[in-house]
Design a protein around this ligand. Sequence first.
Ligand code: ADP
Ligand code: MG
Length: 165
Amino acid sequence: MPILDAHTLEFFSRSPEQTRRVGMRLGGTLHAGDVVCLQGDLGAGKTTFVQGLAQGWGSLDLVSSPTFILVNIYRRADAKQLFHLDAYRLDSVPEAEELDLESMLEQGPLVIEWPERMGSLIPTNKLWVHFDYMSDEHRQMVFKASGKHYDSLLNEIRRTMFGAS
Ligand code: ADP
Ligand code: MG
């Protein structure tokens, strides 16, 4: 994995399983208050990534695309919660303002698909992952950390994936 700079990490996935595995690594590092934004076109692999992420975080719940309800909640044996928000169907930023991100973040990590539709509601400090479709089974993922906390989170992922920091 090439390191572009201290805040960025690039990964090339060759299968949905591999994307889930990377999600698992990240999920294992997440705690209440953590924000992970997943940007990319339909079919880029965001929800596939969340499947691994929820599993790595410790939930046995089934991950699906939040549809009519915007937010899915996955639970863990210790009663903690992981929030999975899909802003695809949001019509406007004012509508997004109805979502109480703060109270979600008090209770667990928050993963957001289509974060670009939430405008400035997205916290300044976060981990941002950009997914790009390369070919049928190939996706490029670029992780960008904003804030010291997410820099160390990114380092932790680097370490668990490649045994080096
Ligand atoms: P999104 O949530 O970004 O719209 P999904 O995760 O729902 O995307 O769908 C991605 C689709 O692409 C799935 O059908 C998945 O099996 C397929 N796919 C093929 N290769 C990959 C890959 N390397 N990573 C993630 N998904 C992949
Ligand atoms: Mg999706």
